[in-house]
Write a protein that binds this ligand. Structure first.
Ligand SMILES: O=C(O)CCC(=O)C(=O)O
Ligand SMILES: [Fe+2]
Length: 322
């Protein structure tokens, strides 16, 4: 029996869009609305070709990431944050190749500066400039995608803050390192999971490893181009869409001789956010599938002993299912 899914995730070209203000409402815009919505509903992800982030900025971001990982473990551990995903993580027995840092509100210079002061007591202005510049570019791409999603469903934005029209978010930049596996053959880098933050835009340093699962259970290996960014639907965005969009399961598999570095802008709903679909997305054909929920309470649940006992893709239904 064949699969309904292609062996590649959809590739969508964003290079024709200069800004939301200029392009919203054009024929090209509505074409993108359609393909973005289809991709988020069928795959829960897509590869965005986006040329507004220069190769130089991308290369500098990886060079900063390597600098960060070269610090001693005691220093890395100073990036402590009680909120799940927000601090340094590493040294896990089950995924020994994996390490990650979280930089909260990373388009805000002062926030990145306090991070650098922990890592480099004399500060590191180059790091601050690169990280804030990269995050701002990722936020621009995210803003275009959010507006396309909104228009694809004919939803009016209720609250507009500069970078979020779906729910008010801040960006958490996470930078990941996966060591090359000692045996050089397929080894788990990061367990299969669904992202708990609203959505993710991710790129890697041209070492493959990220895989996404189709709805019929096949794992697709991604091999993004140097201008590509992978957009992933997380649980809160799936909930906002009243289940139309698919929160995609993904994992990292490592092989070969090279370490892999990746960086991801996660959109994190601000504290106090109650996640629920807009009224346009609930009707007789589409009854509510989840109770409204407090984002931070759900995030804490997903990391509690009770939450961890549930498969990642089932946690939200278990927490807020109707
Ligand atoms: O490093 C990657 O490519 C994926 C990372 C990821 O899925 C995550 O941090 O949630
Ligand atoms: Fe993820």
């Amino acid at each position: 029996m064949g699969s309904d899914y292609q062996s590649r995730i959809p590739v969508i070209n964003f290079s024709t869009i200069s800004s939301v203000e200029v392009d919203r409402g054009t024929e090209e815009w509505y074409h993108l609305c359609k393909v973005v919505r289809e991709a988020c509903e069928s795959y829960g992800c897509f590869e965005a070709l986006y040329d507004k982030i220069t190769r130089q900025l991308r290369a500098e971001s990886y060079s900063m990431t390597r600098q960060l990982y070269s610090l001693p473990l005691e220093t890395k551990q100073k990036n402590f944050n009680p909120k799940p995903y927000h601090g340094y993580a590493g040294g896990f027995v089950q995924i020994p190749l994996y390490e990650s840092f979280g930089i909260e509100d990373s388009s805000n210079y002062e926030s990145v500066k306090s991070f650098t002061q922990l890592m480099w007591p004399n500060g590191n202005s180059q790091f601050c400039n690169t990280v804030t510049a990269m995050t701002k570019r990722l936020e621009e791409l995210n803003h275009i995608i959010e507006c396309l999603i909104l228009d694809s469903y004919g939803v009016k934005a209720e609250k507009i803050s500069p970078n979020s029209v779906i729910m008010e978010c801040k960006t958490l930049l996470r930078v990941m390192k996966y060591r090359a596996p000692p045996e050089r053959e397929d080894t788990i880098g990061l367990h299969p999971h669904v992202d708990k933050l609203k959505s993710t835009i991710l790129c890697d340093d041209h070492i493959a490893g990220l895989e996404v699962e189709t709805k019929d259970g096949q794992w697709l290996k991604l091999s993004p181009s140097p201008h590509s960014y992978i957009f992933l639907v997380g649980d809160p965005l799936m909930a906002w869409s009243n289940g139309r969009m698919h929160a995609v399961r993904h994992r990292v598999m490592m092989s070969g001789e090279k370490d892999r570095y990746s960086l991801a802008g996660f959109t994190v709903p601000i504290e106090g956010t109650i996640v629920k679909p807009p009224k346009e997305l609930v009707d007789e054909q589409h009854p509510l599938i989840l109770k409204e929920f407090d984002f931070m309470d759900f995030l804490m649940f997903s990391h509690s002993d009770q939450g961890r006992a549930i498969d990642s893709e089932k946690q939200l239904f278990s927490y807020a299912g109707i």
